[in-house]
Write a protein that binds this ligand. Structure first.
Ligand code: FAD
Length: 382
């Protein structure tokens, strides 16, 4: 069994209060014209003008070295910015993936030339990234992917397809996981590439989800030529890079705060006719949020001190997802409302969206069963 102090307490330094107020004031102005139902979509929404404003404030790549345009600020300062963005339902989708995982990936595993080329553009809000891991027959068993990058003169020729690629139609780049050595052991024959999505031979086709939104895509590669300098790290490094990325993907407060604006709207709706039952339910929700926040802050503290919070981050993801998926049911119980899309009723539209969208929360970034397996192994339970 692991140590009982799995989550060390982590307090935000008092100096981050000024930053928090600055972010709140910025968001109050930047989001003034947004309808509440749009805020309920939170980080699934993208807005290029908003992303540029966030970049001008220095809030993308905050922790990265200054020589690549970063702010050399702490993981805890970044946490404060993230937390405020999520609490407000800010449309961070365009810069989110690059800030959270593609930029850190290039920083850790990329060449110096790749860092200099890409990181300053991410920081300026000009280079948006998507994740090309899943394939039509490979999701949880990611190491079984079949999209092939074959070595050719001066580069690699890619054939195959990626699926569920969030935001590919709005992005400039994909970090693509491809099989570079079909003869090697399943996990050893994989490599990641920096893919410019305008490269000839790439076709991006939309997939509409249950909410009617176009977030996902299927991305086809037909004889796509990628020059040698697009490889990240060494051939065969792909699996260890993916594991590092998934740790970034699972660790943040977005795993329990993606419904936050909807919770605020629910509390507002209940306060019009308060009763003991809604007080109990709201009290429970607040207690859960407070607990997960302490756990999530502990993860940020571990990142700040250079520790690996993969297990703790995965636990926050699982608890957060379970909490978020319970919110629509609680809202229906308390208010007895049917979700009505397009009814002109902002709370109804928010509830409709969250009811449908939250179903997918236990799939993205690793399914519930897979995540629980990782936690059980991490805790030494099996
Ligand atoms: C909102 C959303 C956004 C996404 N965005 C991206 C993206 O941008 N890029 C990207 O590459 N992918 C993305 N995905 C894909 C996501 O990573 C996959 O859906 C996920 O990995 C599961 O893969 P799958 O859909 O093929 O399901 P499968 O792996 O086929 O799983 C089907 C079911 O079987 C269960 N199962 C599978 N293996 C096991 C096991 N060993 N033990 C127990 N149960 C098991 C699963 O838990 C699940 O319930 C996104 C998904 C969602 C929902």
């Amino acid at each position: 069994m692991t140590s009982p102090t799995l989550f060390e307490p982590c307090d935000l330094p008092p100096a981050t209060e000024a930053l928090r107020h600055e972010v709140r004031a910025f968001l109050a102005e930047a989001l003034a014209g947004y309808a509440p139902s749009r805020l309920a979509k939170s980080w699934a929404e993208g807005d290029a003008a908003f992303t540029r404003k966030v970049a001008q404030k220095g809030w993308i790549g905050m922790t990265w070295p200054k020589k690549y345009g970063g702010g050399e600020r702490s993981a805890l300062e970044r946490y404060v910015v993230l937390e405020e963005m999520l609490a407000a339902g800010a449309p961070v989708c365009l810069h989110w993936i690059a800030d959270r995982q593609s930029g850190p990936l290039i920083l850790t595993f990329g060449t110096e030339a790749q860092r200099q080329e890409i990181l300053p553009r991410i920081v300026r809000g000009e280079a948006h990234f998507c994740i090309g891991m899943s394939e039509p027959d490979s999701g949880s068993d990611l190491a079984s992917i079949r999209t092939r990058a074959e070595k050719v003169d001066g580069g690699w020729r890619v054939n195959g397809a990626k699926v569920w690629t969030s935001g590919a139609h709005k992005c400039h780049y994909m970090i693509g996981l491809f099989r570079t050595d079909p003869k090697a052991e399943k996990h050893d024959g994989l490599s990641q590439f920096l893919v410019d999505l305008k490269t000839p031979g790439i076709t991006i086709r939309p997939i509409y989800n249950m909410t009617g939104d176009h977030d996902f895509n299927q991305v086809y590669f037909e004889d796509v030529f990628l020059p040698d300098d697009r490889l990240i790290g060494q051939p065969g490094d792909g699996w260890k890079q993916v594991l590092a990325e998934l740790a970034f993907e699972r660790a943040g407060p977005e795993r329990y705060m993606s419904n936050y604006p909807m919770i605020a709207q629910l509390i507002g709706a209940c306060s019009q006719d308060p009763d003991p039952r809604s007080a109990v339910e709201i009290g429970r929700m607040v207690a859960q949020i407070a607990t997960m926040r302490e756990m999530s802050l502990s993860v940020a503290g571990m990142q700040q001190s250079g520790q690996d919070p993969a297990l703790q981050g995965t636990m926050v993801k699982e608890l957060g997802v379970t909490f978020e998926q319970s919110i629509p049911g609680i809202a229906h119980d308390l208010l007895g409302r049917e979700p009505l899309l397009g009814s002109g009723d902002e709370f109804g539209a928010s509830l409709a969206y969250v009811t449908q969208a939250s179903v997918s929360f236990s799939l993205r970034g690793g399914t519930r069963e897979v995540v629980r397996g990782i936690i059980a192994r991490g805790l030494g339970l099996r």
